[in-house]
Structure formats: C-alpha cells, structure tokens
Design a protein around this ligand. Structure first.
Ligand SMILES: *[C@@H]1O[C@H](CO)[C@@H](O)[C@H](O)[C@H]1NC(C)=O
Ligand SMILES: *[C@@H]1O[C@H](CO)[C@@H](O)[C@H](O)[C@H]1NC(C)=O
Length: 469
C-alpha cells in the first residue's frame, strides 16, 4: 500500500514539476514585460502613452483599426503605418522611443524607410495605378511634409491681433482658405473673425457679468498653380498679408488631398510663433462661428475641476465615431481599400474644431509617427487616438444646418458655436442680425442635444448624400 502511494507521488512529481516551472517562468516573463512597458511609458517624452494599434481606451469607441494580429493587411497606408509602429514599439525598438523628438531628420528617415518595408510593393503599385489621379498624386507625395513658408505675419507675430493686448490671447482662429477666396476672408475679418478683445454678457446670479478674451486670427493657405490660374496673384497676397498680418502661406499646391499638410505645417508654425495662446479654433472659410459664445464656453472649460489636466487633451467639435471610409469612386472623399482598410478613428469633422494650445504640441510630436492621410480630419483623429485622447462632442457645432423648426427661432444663432456653409453675403447679414437680436437673446444657453435628425445613423446617411454632391 505504502509502496503504491510512494510510486504515485513520484509520478505526480514528475508530471507536475515541469508544469510548475513553466507557470513560474511565464509569470516571471509577464511581470518583466509589464515592468518594461511601464518604464517605457514613463520615459517616453511628453507622457504620450504607447498605444498599440487596435487598442481601446474605452469600449464606446473604436480607436484604431484592429490590425495588431493582421500585420500584413494588403492596404498601402496600413502597411506603411504598421512598419512605423514597429519602429516605435518600445519593446522591439526601445532605442527609437528614447530618441529626442527634436530630431526631425530621424523621423523623416523612419517615414521614408517604411516605404521600403512594404511587402510586394509591385502588386501594390499596380493597384495604386488604378486610382484616380489626385489619389495617385497624394501617394507619390506622401513622403514629403516640409514645405517652405512663402508668407507669414511680420516679426513672427501670431497672426492679426490687438496691438495693446493686456493679457495673453485666449483664442487663435486658424482658418483654412485658398488663394482666391479674397471675398470669404474679407467677410470673416468683418464678422466672426475680428481680432482683438471679444466679450459677452453672461448671467451670474442676478447680475450681468462680462466674460471676454483676446482673439487672434490667421488664414492658412497653400499655392494655386499659376499656369492653371492664368494670372499670378502672389503680389496681391503679399500686399494682403502685409496689410492685415494674418496670412500664412506655404509652397505646396492647395488641393483637397493636401489639406492634411496644412494641419501638420500649422502645428509647427504655431509652436514657433503662438505658444502662449490657450486655444485654437481650426476651421474652414465657409462657416459661421459664434466667437463670443466660444469665448464664454472656453472660459467655462477653464473653470472646470481638473481643467489643468483635461487641457492636455482638450478637443471639441462635431464628433463622428467609427465611420467607415467612403468607397464610392466619384465621391470627393473616396478612399479605396487598396489604400486604407478598417474603420476611421473617432474624429471631429465638419467645418471646425477647437483644441487647447497644449494639445498642439502633443499632436505635432505624435504626427511625425503617423503617415499623412488624404482626409485631414481623419488624420487629426488618428493622431488623437495615438495619444489615447478622445475629442468631445458638442451639439452646438452644427454640420448640417438647423432643422426647420430651429431656423424659425430668432435666437437660433445665439445658441450655437458653429454652423457650416455660409456664404460671405450671408455672413455679413447674419452678423448684422446678431447684433440686432443681442438684447433679446443675451440669456439663451447653448444648444444641448442633437435632435433626431443628427443621430449617428442619419448623420452617416446625410454624409453620404453630401459626399455625392
Ligand atoms: C517689426 O519689427 C520692425 C523692426 O524691428 C518694426 O519696425 C515693426 O514695427 C515691427 N512690426 C510689427 C507688426 O510689430
Ligand atoms: C501636394 O503638393 C505638392 C507640392 O506642391 C504637389 O506636388 C502634390 O501634387 C500635391 N498633392 C496633391 C494630392 O495634390
């Protein structure tokens, strides 16, 4: 009996001890990996977390296409990005993660290197050759993002503003425009884009209180091809720039798929000239912005608990979550699956977005690790998700105009922060009307909920409709 028991013990010992050893080894390895990850995160500059592609910050939104296990997606952009991500993986390449971010050449080198790491480049080329001309153009220029400045405000001041600012400016209006939109720029300068002190009366208990801040303004543009244009407007723009001090122009051709360059180049310019400004509005030149409301809203944000912390990743706008690329060949937003596969990250789209100055630095740094994407809003979303930050949705950013019922309200424009698609003539009339209804509407509050027409599903439908136009 005892002998039998002893034999069993030995068998058990023989079977179990390797298992136990393996388990211990596994535990040891896991702990070491965790410690290493933690160390990397602490070391990494600007406290940017390393976010693996495919990770989720919370379950409510999809931050990045799930490509972690499918390393060889046969879409060009995905392949390029996987290569870059591998170079910055803190476990595979810890030395890259530690390299100083100031070393621009190093980042450019890695971006270029990733092109040679695309598998079966030939078959990829063939697929890309079938794309529309503009997309081919985009692909063949996507390695380059340093274009020289042609025009910028004198003495590297941060755009047009009041000469005698008593405190650091609160808001920079950075408006994307093109060379020939003289009229749009002029209307904006006279209306919502006025630089200087902007304020609004606000109810505080029983008294009216004035809330305000200094605003600066700058227009961002590329170049029109003089041959297509038939005339050379560069002298005119130079004069406009000298006169208003609000033009920043770079030497790249101003096409739809080059808009992402405006963001990337604007961030660098901002960091050189504007870093004392707390917030940036970045938007199109065909929108209406209620600047006084925006100022009040931003003051409220600064007064919130933990504002110091939230300002590291503050971005607000009309947020679109988990949109898929548009595969309609004739759409302006067409992105074929040979270029990109997966869902878009959450992004703020539609005319304009506001973010904190502190976020600019982080976006700028992380954008060097993300390949240019043809759609600017999506690119910014990709950078955000790599910072593990989510833009905030606010219903007062209207992409698709008022509903009929809302449009009847005389105070409609006093309840919003932004509305898309207004012509220069409309802007002037609107501004005029706003000052007439100012007393009547001074106490209305911002639009708080999306009505049923802008729920996710209809937004998507409308977006598709809009893109087909
Ligand atoms: C720029 O600097 C020059 C010389 O220092 C000065 O004369 C000029 O007034 C400045 N311009 C602005 C807009 O500050
Ligand atoms: C972007 O600008 C560059 C420089 O002017 C130009 O060569 C390229 O064709 C442009 N890309 C697109 C997609 O238009």
């Amino acid at each position: 009996m005892a002998r039998c028991y002893c034999r069993w013990c030995r068998v058990l010992f023989c079977v179990c001890s390797p298992c136990i050893c393996l388990i211990l080894l596994f535990l040891y390895a896991s702990i070491m990996v965790c410690i290493d990850m933690k160390k990397m995160t602490l070391h990494s500059i600007q406290s940017d977390h390393y976010v693996t592609s495919g990770s989720f910050k919370n379950k409510n939104y999809i931050s990045l296409p799930k490509t972690f296990w499918k390393l060889h997606e046969d879409a060009f952009w995905n392949q390029l990005q996987v290569a870059i991500d591998r170079h910055f993986n803190p476990i595979l390449n810890p030395q890259n993660t530690k390299t100083r971010l100031e070393n621009t050449d190093f980042y450019d080198y890695l971006l270029r290197l990733s092109f040679s790491e695309v598998t079966d480049l030939e078959s990829m080329r063939k697929k890309l050759d079938q794309l529309p001309r503009q997309l081919q153009d985009f692909v063949s220029n996507m390695k380059r993002r340093n274009y020289p400045l042609i025009i910028q405000p004198a003495n590297s001041t941060c755009g047009a503003g009041a000469a005698d600012e008593q405190e650091p400016p609160l808001l920079l209006l950075a408006i994307k425009t093109t060379e020939l939109n003289f009229k749009k720029r002029h209307a904006i300068r006279q209306t919502w884009g006025q630089a200087g002190w902007v304020s609004k009366k606000k109810k505080n208990g029983n008294v009216r209180q004035e809330v305000g801040g200094y605003v600066r303004r700058v227009f961002l543009m590329g170049k029109e091809n003089p041959e297509d244009l038939g005339v050379d407007v560069s002298k005119l723009l130079e004069i406009e720039g000298q006169h208003y001090g609000d033009i920043v122009q770079w030497d790249f051709s101003d096409t739809f798929f080059n808009l992402t360059l405006k963001d990337v180049l604007f961030w660098s310019w901002y960091l050189r000239s504007c870093s004392q400004i707390r917030f940036v509005f970045k938007g199109d030149d065909d929108v209406f912005v209620n600047t006084p409301n925006l100022i009040t809203y931003l003051h409220e944000q600064l007064g919130m608990p933990h504002a110091e912390q939230t300002m590291n990743e503050f971005m607000v706008g009309n947020v679109i979550g988990a949109a898929s690329p548009i595969r309609l060949y004739h759409s302006k937003y067409f992105v074929p699956d040979s270029l990109f596969k997966g869902l878009y990250p959450m992004y703020a789209g539609g005319g304009g977005v506001v973010y904190s100055g502190r976020l600019v630095k982080r976006l700028h740094d992380i954008s060097r690790r993300v390949h240019l994407f043809p759609i600017d809003d999506v690119f910014v979303g990709m950078c955000m998700s790599r910072l593990n930050a989510a833009p905030i949705h606010h219903p007062a950013f209207l992409t698709f105009d008022f509903t009929q019922k809302e449009a009847m309200d005389p105070c409609a424009y006093h309840k919003i922060l932004l509305v898309h698609k207004r012509s220069p003539t409309q802007l002037i009339a609107l501004w005029d009307n706003m000052s007439k209804t100012k007393n009547q509407c001074w106490n209305v509050s911002l639009r708080v909920s999306d009505n049923e027409t802008t729920t996710a599903k209809t937004t998507k439908m409308k977006l598709n409709e809009y893109n087909r136009k």
